[in-house]
Design a protein around this ligand. Structure first.
Ligand code: B12
Ligand code: SF4
Ligand code: SF4
Length: 280
């Protein structure tokens, strides 16, 4: 099994039995999982690193390479094909963001690592610059023996770096998180617009992760999709007059493309407005 996951480029992988997953499933998620896969036996969880250094730019690091949904599904489908060849009577369903499985909870239970105070899974030596993918199966799985390494020192640097107070001892308050605000459609409230203006980015947010000592020497990804053809920044000029069709043609394979150009234009305008104010 290790060989299959290595070939797929996973930085870490594990499994959790369906019984073991129950503590992180509410009734609705459980029902959705059983609708997809009657008699679920468990979930494989894998982490894929996307860190390729910190070049300057205005897009969050996670969104600079190929859209991770596509990349993970492609790689997980390869794993599913190998598993199907080995266990032809069982089903294997890949997912990345789009499944009812709470991915971080499943990853913790499968022993991949622990969640840091910045609310993200940490897997040394990759830090938290990771994507999570899952494979739901009716093959009865045993829960992996977890890693014993602890990574988060509770130093609080992530909380101090967060400009909106989204992180507290209660975890992440998503409505205050710049990652959420930068994706939010329509007009932002005055508080939201001011908060977005405190971000150096027009899409996503890396501030808590950049402050985390576990990421200081994060091992870089070997996956070409997250190392090559990177787009570090978008300018107002580049996306000014694009039609939706042109937008799709140009950026359809990027993780920010689903939101369309208007939200990005708004965020660029907010950032330019702030820069203007700073200069005056
Ligand atoms: C909605 C969403 C967001 C929202 C809201 C996030 C939130 N947590 O509320 C917003 C837009 C803010 C967001 C932001 C980001 N996100 Co996001 N997001 C998601 C998404 C799609 C769903 C999260 C969710 O609501 N899950 C439902 C809850 C119930 O489940 P859960 O997340 O697993 O949490 C449970 C477990 O952690 C459990 N748990 C934790 N520890 C333990 C231990 C034990 C023993 C047990 C039993 C349970 C347990 O308790 C929690 C509650 O039940 C996930 C993908 C997914 N489908 O899971 C990505 C995901 C969490 N995001 C991801 C990323 C990369 C980001 C950003 C870094 C992107 C960026 N650079 O801008 C930021 C980070 C912000 C931050 N500091 O957390 C990655 C995280 C990878 C990692 N290393 O952990 C994920 C997993 C996507 C992926 N497929 O890789 N995100
Ligand atoms: S910055 Fe400190 S407290 Fe926050 S996740 Fe990293 S080690 Fe933990
Ligand atoms: S992603 Fe940004 S806004 Fe969200 S918790 Fe981290 S630092 Fe705060």
């Amino acid at each position: 099994m290790n060989a299959i996951w290595k070939a797929a480029g996973a930085a870490a992988w594990g499994a959790v039995s369906f019984g073991g997953l129950l503590p992180v499933l509410d009734q609705e998620r459980r029902q959705k999982i059983e609708d997809l896969c009657p008699n679920p036996g468990g979930v494989f969880v894998a982490a894929f690193s996307y860190f390729a250094g910190r070049s300057p730019g205005n897009l969050a690091l996670y969104a600079r390479g190929e859209d991770y949904h596509r990349v993970l599904l492609r790689r997980l489908e390869g794993v599913c094909a190998s598993l199907k060849a080995r266990y032809p009577d069982h089903c294997f369903l890949p997912g990345a963001d789009n499944s009812p499985i709470p991915e971080q909870g499943a990853a913790v239970l499968a022993g991949l690592g622990e969640k840091g105070q910045h609310n993200l899974l940490l897997v040394p030596p990759y830090g938290s610059y990771l994507f999570l993918g899952t494979i739901l199966t009716d093959l009865p799985l045993e829960t992996s023996v977890g890693r014993i390494e602890t990574a988060c020192s509770h130093c609080g640097a992530c909380g101090r770096a967060c400009p909106t107070g989204a992180l507290s001892e209660h975890g992440l308050e998503a409505s205050r998180c710049l990652s959420h605000l930068s994706q939010k459609k329509g007009e932002l409230s005055p508080w939201e617009a001011k908060a977005q203006q405190r971000s150096p980015l027009i899409w996503g947010c890396d501030l808590c992760q950049a402050a985390c000592p576990c990421n200081r020497h994060a091992r870089e990804t070997e996956l070409p999709e997250f190392r090559e053809n990177l787009l570090h920044a978008l300018s107002a000029e580049e996306i000014k007059d694009l039609t939706n069709r042109q937008w799709k043609e140009r950026y359809g394979d990027r993780a920010f493309s689903w939101r369309g150009p208007s939200v990005l234009r708004r965020n660029i305008a907010l950032l330019e407005e702030r820069t203007q104010e700073d200069d005056d």
